[in-house]
Design a protein around this ligand. Structure first.
Ligand SMILES: NC(=O)c1ccc[n+]([C@@H]2O[C@H](COP(=O)([O-])OP(=O)(O)OC[C@H]3O[C@@H](n4cnc5c(N)ncnc54)[C@H](OP(=O)(O)O)[C@@H]3O)[C@@H](O)[C@H]2O)c1
Length: 245
């Protein structure tokens, strides 16, 4: 298939972890992948690895915490491709860990929200015009089970005692809530927006302490990036299972 006929995807934070695997797996599915990376050298390295595996990709500098970088990236994608079919909002940070939720400092709250929520919203809004030019735009917001209010309130749930990164948890709740807002705006359009939990995955974010291998951790993002026109919008899932908000 020629490059022009292939879907074009941007994966933020695509240089390592779940983002890199998402980029690789999308490329394996015939998608032309743009690896968004805060540091372009790391984006270039990821692209080299994808190419060495026999697939196609390109790198793009994108710091989701920097408005100028976001605007420049959106302009560059417009110039290079004229449209965007898939946006995977994967970049994220955990922030400081605390013993009690009330101990998280305000600078820490702001840092986490700047990247996990405001960055994601700004990237999405900047790219929406290009997603509207796609015949079947897809937005995947990489959230977390830790964003589930229902599970946080449920004694005995797997996350009930996981209150040591409150800013992270609440930022992911906000990503879910934003997904619902945007899904409403996009109903009737060709764009679908969904939020996902990748699983508890062995990446640098949790110092390799997860339960899932990284390739498996990318599967939900890839699945939702490639859903058909009859697929969901405004859902919160993990590997096809609905997660309580
Ligand atoms: N691992 C898990 O168990 C787990 C569970 C639930 C949800 N998630 C979510 O999955 C996503 C990926 O996490 P991961 O586990 O793969 O973490 P990771 O290995 O720490 O990777 C995080 C990625 O985000 C990028 N990033 C951070 N700040 C950025 C910024 N300002 N601009 C652009 N990119 C930025 C990093 O880039 P640099 O290399 O430049 O730092 C890196 O590529 C995150 O949204 C995370 O919250 C992970």
């Amino acid at each position: 298939m020629s490059k022009d006929n292939r879907k074009i995807a941007l994966v933020t934070g695509g240089n390592r972890g779940i983002g890199y695997q998402t980029a690789l797996q999308l490329a394996q599915q015939g998608v032309h992948v743009i690896v968004g990376a805060r540091r372009i050298e790391q984006g270039n390295e990821a692209v080299q690895q994808i190419k060495q595996a026999g697939f196609d990709a390109e790198a793009l500098q994108l710091d989701v915490g920097d408005s100028a970088s976001i605007q420049a990236a959106a302009a560059e994608i417009g110039k290079r491709h004229g449209r965007l079919d898939i946006l995977v909002n994967n970049a994220g940070i955990l922030g400081d860990q605390v013993e009690k939720p009330s101990q998280q400092t305000l600078p820490s709250w702001r840092q986490v929200f700047d990247i996990n929520l405001f960055g994601l919203v700004e990237v999405t809004n900047a790219l929406l015009p290009l997603l509207h030019k796609s015949g079947a735009g897809r937005i995947v917001n990489v959230s977390s089970l830790l964003g589930s209010i229902a599970q946080h309130l449920e004694p005995g749930s797997s996350i009930y005692d996981m209150k040591f990164v409150p800013a992270y948890n609440v930022s992911k709740t906000a990503v879910n809530a934003w997904t619902a807002q945007l899904a409403y705006e996009l109903k009737g359009s060709k764009i679908k927006v969904n939020t996902i939990h990748p699983g508890y995955v062995k990446t640098e974010m949790n110092q390799g302490g997860g339960e899932m291998e990284v390739p498996d951790g990318a599967r939900t993002s890839v699945q939702m990036a490639l859903i058909g026109d009859d697929g969901a919008s405004g859902s919160f899932t993990h590997l096809g299972e609905t997660i309580p908000w």
